[in-house]
Design a protein around this ligand. Structure first.
Ligand code: CAA
Length: 275
């Protein structure tokens, strides 16, 4: 059986860098001249990376989490590409929104966690891209916001749904109605980010350390937990609990859970087969 590899072994992208670092697949959005704004071509490239990542993971566990970050030192992503949007018809805008929805849903369906490492601006579609990640770490230089109303627009890349889920309806309304930009400390306080690190270096180090911690756990259990958390998020309590019970059952069908339970009883460190 061939060893599964990270999705980018030979693939070159115009606006992305994709590298394997330890257990992490690091995807860097690299369009700094436009502050990493989500041009259509960039969205297609991200979609391609996710498709390749999903295929590689179906064969094994060549990496155990994705780190998504932005290049250039000024921005994670400064939003949808306003230049491209200026020529869009309403129907084209709807299709653009749907494309980003597919991308964010694919991020959520990936069977490994995705850590957003935000350094600089995460505005509009950039904030929405971070919101589709499982975990958001930020540097002190990070700035978040949903400034769409200042352009006469509304959030189109999932913010109407995911910002409320992350920070609650009142705060989501305030941020969307005012377009106000918030700093990393406020983003931490309202639960938009998990952690704030001093600078880019410590940001990426914290992301990598988190991925290595994830890599020590059972791959199928992390995947099961991620998909279960996503599936129950919008369900009433009893329906959510029913999904959880089924996921708990599924965990008992895996070799990973057999290995994990046996290792505990033998007072050994588990070695997970990943199935
Ligand atoms: N789209 C296209 N180009 C962008 C961009 C964007 N979202 N954000 C920045 N750029 C470009 C600028 O046009 C500029 O290009 P030029 O050098 O060719 O003029 C370059 O990036 C550098 O930007 P600035 O000179 O503006 O840099 P600054 O430091 O003065 O300001 C900023 C930084 C505050 C982030 C400012 O660039 C800005 O406000 N950007 C737009 C942010 C925004 O409104 N995002 C939401 C977009 S709408 C959206 O995302 C809808 C949705 O939900 C799907």
């Amino acid at each position: 059986m061939s060893t599964p590899s990270a999705p980018d072994a030979e693939q070159a992208y115009r606006h992305l860098r994709v590298e394997q670092e330890g257990s992490a697949l690091v995807v860097t959005i690299d369009r700094p001249k436009a502050l990493n704004a989500l041009a259509g071509e960039l969205v297609d490239e991200l979609q391609d990376v996710l498709a390749r990542a999903g295929a590689a993971l179906a064969d094994g566990w060549p990496f155990r989490a994705v780190i998504l970050t932005g290049a250039g030192g000024k921005a994670f992503v400064a939003g949808a590409d306003i230049r491209e949007m200026s020529a869009m018809s309403p129907d084209e805008a709807q299709e653009y929104s749907r494309r980003m929805h597919r991308l964010t849903l694919d991020l959520e369906r990936l069977p490994v966690p995705v850590v957003a490492a935000v350094d600089g601006y995460a505005l509009g579609g950039g904030c929405e891209l971070a919101l589709a990640c499982d975990v958001v770490f930020a540097s002190e230089a990070a700035r978040f916001g949903q400034p769409e109303v200042s352009l006469g627009l509304v959030p189109g890349f999932g913010g109407s749904v995911r910002l409320q889920q992350r920070v609650g309806p009142g705060m989501a309304r305030e941020l969307i109605f005012t377009g106000r930009r918030i700093d990393a400390a406020e983003a931490l306080r309202i639960g938009l980010v998990n952690r704030v690190l001093a600078d880019r270096e410590s940001l990426l180090e914290a992301a990598r350390e988190t991925v290595e911690l994830i890599a020590r756990q059972a791959p199928t259990a992390v995947a099961n937990a991620k998909l279960t958390l996503g599936a129950v998020a919008a369900l009433p309590t009893e329906d959510g609990l029913a999904v959880e019970a089924a996921s708990f059952r599924d965990a008992f069908t895996t070799d990973d859970s057999r290995a994990g339970r046996a290792a505990f009883l033998a007072k050994e460190t588990p070695s997970f087969p990943g199935r």
